[in-house]
Design a protein around this ligand. Structure first.
Ligand code: TEU
Length: 570
């Protein structure tokens, strides 16, 4: 058996703003989470990850932090937080915080000081640069580099007071911290120790592979990025994804914060990370992080042009997972996820969310994901098979990314509003952020007031109350999946072999540990499909541990969206 507790754990992500509103202001809060702890313990999850609840102007829903050591009044107080943490621990679960330290809010006192003058002691805590040589500061095109920001517009904001620009890879209210400065790093480590002393069990680290920027010398220039055809801005990512000092910074953080605290979980969110880099980041001997979130499988439907939708190719998706499973087989560890607060709903994206197949395909997706090697993450509502939301117009979106990118694409780049809206409906982050569907009552039982983002109209059919009563629901299926990881060591430690790599409908693989072998097959189609695998006859008479349809397959012929897990022992 494994020595590291998080290898057999399942993590549940809570987006507090959309989870449960106890005080009726339309916004989820910590008390709302406390009220539902028995629901989460009943599901069987081991760890809760809270998206940011710190003090924040909420420009990016809390990913813009103005005080790392306080709770935003929207969500509660430090006392209520302590009560939540006790409640989590009493139920045998752990709690990890979101750590957002690539950037702060522009309202954080560090940045307020930094922008006050060029000789302020905190000036160098952020990335200040002069205008492009020869151009008038503050005029179009005079930004220090051509980089675009993630939420539309340039990555540099001109500050009139001192005549310089500051870098913000995300919104202009999220200035990037300068990790080259040791004082910045020490301040971050001190804050992290403060939370650990308070009793939290680890961190999910936001865009932690962007903290090191490829700067040649202190205060030196940053280079222009690759020009993107049809886009108003360049792609600067070569200068900030997995930058030159990334490993050094994470190892230093480990030494300064985690050393001597062995039971923690550190997961790094790393857009654009490669398998080779992830092996280094998650090698326990190197003492950096325990696992990373990679993005290859959620970027599978986005091509070079961000405003085109590419239909899902199952063979491509399987190729991605196979590469990650194989690459981290000897050293390192995977995180497994379909969903989070930045992604559209998995059942709408990879499954079929129409009524006849929604529940079956949601269960099938859960089966395939959870049976891989790695630590699975469930995003709130995924265990109910919640779907994307039919947003009628751009005015129905709340996400700064959706609004910012829409504005850039339509107003600056001349795209058609319909084309852009279609992509936002399919991929927009608000799909994940509609209120958690607790019951069939108005606003899905999320709030007694007016929700900050309207509930998905399908909450009258898809909700926790109905699903808890129904033993065949997606909810109860997820409970069984989680239990299987807790009870079957081959799910945790078994080796992984992909089968049928060229099949466009079936996702099939085996896991083997000692004398135990599991066969997992998921049908990613509405057709009946026979799995033409070696040893099919023997497998079809093996023990069927789990399936999502009433009928067990005959002769390995799976029904529409069926999933199966067989077990045999040597
Ligand atoms: O996301 C980082 C990230 O790269 C994307 O997933 C992001 O949502 C965007 O789509 C990039 O185009 C993290 C957080 O998860 C996200 O919610 C924050 O908005 C972002 O960092 C900034 O803190």
């Amino acid at each position: 058996m494994t020595d590291l507790w998080w290898k057999s754990a399942v993590v549940y992500q809570i987006y507090p703003r959309s989870f449960a509103d106890a005080d009726g202001d339309g916004m989820g809060d910590l008390r709302g989470i406390i009220d539902h702890l028995d629901y989460l313990a009943g599901l069987g999850v081991d760890v809760l990850w809270l998206s940011p609840v710190y003090r924040s102007p909420q420009d990016d829903n809390g990913y813009d932090i103005s005080d790392y050591q306080d709770i935003d009044p929207l969500f509660g107080t430090l006392e209520i937080f302590d009560e939540l943490l006790r409640g989590v621990h009493q139920r045998g679960m752990k709690l990890i915080m979101d750590l957002v330290v690539n950037h702060t809010s522009d309202e954080h006192p560090w940045f307020v000081e930094s922008r006050s003058s060029t000789d302020n002691p905190k000036r160098d805590w952020y990335w200040w640069r002069p205008a492009r040589p020869g151009l008038e500061p503050g005029t179009p095109g005079a930004e220090p580099t051509n980089w675009g920001s993630a939420f539309g517009g340039p990555a540099w904001e001109y500050d009139e007071k001192t005549g310089e620009y500051y870098l913000h890879l995300f919104s202009r209210k999220q200035p990037d911290l300068n990790w080259e400065n040791p004082a910045v790093r020490e301040a971050v480590y001190e804050m992290m120790r403060w939370w650990l002393d308070r009793g939290v069990d680890g961190f999910r680290m936001d865009v932690i592979n962007m903290i090191s920027k490829a700067v040649q010398s202190p205060g030196g220039a940053l280079p222009d990025g690759r020009v993107i055809a049809g886009s108003a801005y360049g792609d600067g990512s070569a200068s900030y994804i997995n930058g030159p000092r990334n490993h050094e910074f994470l190892h230093e953080m480990h030494e300064r914060v985690f050393a001597g605290r062995p039971e923690l979980l550190a997961v790094g969110e790393m857009p654009g990370v490669t398998v080779e880099e992830a092996v280094l980041f998650t090698d326990q001997a190197r003492q950096e992080v325990d696992m990373v979130f990679q993005f290859d499988h959620v970027w599978v439907d986005r091509g070079g042009d961000p405003w085109r939708l590419i239909p899902l190719q199952l063979t491509t998706l399987k190729g991605i997972f196979n590469r990650w499973q194989t690459g981290l087989a000897e050293t390192g560890w995977n995180s497994l996820y379909w969903n989070n607060h930045d992604q559209p709903r998995a059942v709408s994206r990879y499954g079929d969310d129409s009524p006849p197949y929604r529940a079956a395909s949601a269960k099938m997706l859960g089966t395939v994901l959870h049976l891989h090697r790695g630590t699975p993450y469930i995003y709130q509502g995924e265990e109910l098979g919640m779907t994307n939301c039919p947003f009628p117009t751009i005015a129905d979106f709340r996400d700064i990314e959706a609004i910012g990118q829409y504005t850039q694409a339509v107003d600056q780049e001349g795209r058609s509003p319909e084309e852009v809206l279609a992509v936002l409906r399919a991929r927009g982050r608000d799909n994940a952020r509609t209120p958690m569907q607790w019951d069939a009552s108005p606003h899905a039982g999320f709030t007694a007031g007016t929700p900050w983002l309207a509930a998905n109209p399908n909450h009258t059919e898809i909700n926790a109350a109905v699903e808890q009563e129904d033993p065949d629901s997606v909810y109860h299926y997820y409970r069984r999946l989680i239990e299987l990881r807790h009870t079957e060591p081959a799910v945790v430690d078994g080796d992984f072999t992909m089968l049928l790599p060229n099949d466009e409908r079936l996702y099939a693989f085996t896991r083997r540990l000692g004398g135990t072998e599991l066969l997992v097959i998921g049908n990613f189609s509405g057709d009946e499909v026979r799995a033409e695998i070696e040893d099919a006859a023997a497998w079809s008479s093996a023990e069927l541990v789990l399936t999502n349809l009433a009928q067990a397959p005959v002769d390995l012929t799976l029904g529409p969206w069926q999933a199966v897990v067989y077990r045999r022992t040597a």
